[in-house]
Design a protein around this ligand. Structure first.
Ligand code: NAD
Length: 345
């Protein structure tokens, strides 16, 4: 856990305000480290640290494989996002982000809303995804996940139509609900779970999906499992239970242990669409804001996730190498190539 080769990790604390946060800058070879801020009620600081280290490394790979001129970073705020948010907390956090002088650009993640980001932006310019600018990245993320899922379907079933496919979606939050909309529109049968009852009811009623239990979701007889809540849900326990032939969702770090579960998924004949590849739509949206792209250019980038996913899945089948490894290699190749060009003026 502590050997992921981070460039910088910053612990931020303000006792009076009640802020405890960690900012992790993993790698800035491709550009400034961009990644969202997550607010979560971690059981311990060690748990929060583990999460931010893994997530920020994931952003390096995501930004690299997506062809963005961005490095990888992430931040976590330790606290309950439903009860502990306030202006001072986010503005104090913004000051910590500002102290990094642009080496880290923040954005929204789990537990954070655009309104919270407005407070952060009062203290720093290094924020992407603000209302009135590129806005909520979740619709673009959901579109990219949908494209990645369709590419996996093409490789697994011979055609990319999701009509009639049974898809379980875990998490009806910002991304989950837009994904459900795409799926329902295409004629898929959606099974939805969420720990937050009002969110679940709202989305299930809006799109007329079936509701399933938090744990029941792993035992369903479905074609596709779409994790859109938290990471590590593909693990020793769930792999004994999952009956799907595709895993494709928005959550970061879906494989509890990449080296073990990436192989296990492949050996079960499932296709795992690498999370950091197919959920890159959100960061593409932020990138568009940072470098000044049109929204149509951002959507084109998200649509291209289909081609990249298909290429990776097909290479995985040909070479009998897990998809995550091929995706990692592609990201590492780009980082290595850009490390070399830095030598030249
Ligand atoms: P969100 O907070 O809006 O939604 C997450 C939802 O999952 C919430 O409604 C929450 O109640 C629910 N949830 C939590 N634990 C659950 C469980 N065990 N079972 C079922 N539901 C559970 O977050 P989001 O923005 O929709 O992001 C979802 C995932 O996608 C996260 O892992 C995030 O890191 C990842 N992601 C998001 C974006 C983006 O653009 N928002 C981009 C890339 C990756």
């Amino acid at each position: 856990m502590f050997n992921l080769e981070h460039e910088q990790v910053l612990f931020c604390q303000d006792k009076e305000i009640g802020l405890k946060a960690i900012i992790a800058v993993h790698n800035t070879v491709c550009g400034p480290a961009l990644g969202g801020t997550r607010m979560w009620n971690y059981n311990s600081e060690a748990e929060a640290l583990k999460d931010v280290l893994r997530l920020s490394r994931g952003m390096t790979y995501k930004n690299a494989i997506s062809g963005l001129n961005l490095g990888g970073g992430k931040a976590v705020i330790i606290g309950d996002s439903r009860t502990q948010k306030n202006e001072a907390l986010f503005r104090r956090f913004g000051k910590f982000v500002n102290n990094l002088a642009g080496k880290y650009i923040t954005a929204e993640d789990v537990g954070i809303s655009p309104k919270d980001m407005i407070y952060v932006a009062m203290e720093t310019n290094h924020v992407a995804g603000l209302p009135g600018k590129s806005g909520d990245p979740s619709p673009v993320t959901a579109y990219g996940v949908y494209m990645g899922m369709k590419a996996a379907a093409k490789a697994q079933y011979g055609k990319d139509s999701l009509s009639g496919k049974k898809v379980s979606v875990q998490g009806a939050g910002h991304v989950g609900q837009y994904l459900v909309e795409h799926l329902v529109k295409e004629g898929a049968k959606v099974f939805l779970s969420d720990i937050h009852e009002p969110t679940l009811m709202h989305v299930a009623n809006k799109f007329n999906t079936e509701i399933v239990g938090i744990d029941e979701i792993y035992d369903l007889d479905v074609d596709i499992y779409a994790p859109c809540a938290l990471g590590a849900t593909v693990n020793d326990d769930t792999l004994k239970r999952l009956k799907c032939s595709i895993i494709a969702g928005a959550a970061n770090n879906q494989l509890a242990k990449e080296d073990i579960h990436g192989f296990a998924v492949m050996e079960k004949g499932m296709i795992y669409a690498p999370d950091f590849l197919i959920n890159a739509g959100g960061v593409m949206n932020c990138y568009g804001e940072v470098v000044g792209l049109q929204q149509s250019q951002v959507m084109d980038m998200a649509e291209n996730i289909y081609n990249t996913t298909l290429d990776i899945v097909n290479t995985s089948k040909e070479k009998n190498i897990p998809t995550y490894q091929i995706a990692n290699q592609k990201a590492e190749e780009r980082i290595a190539a850009l490390t070399n060009i830095k030598k030249y003026y």
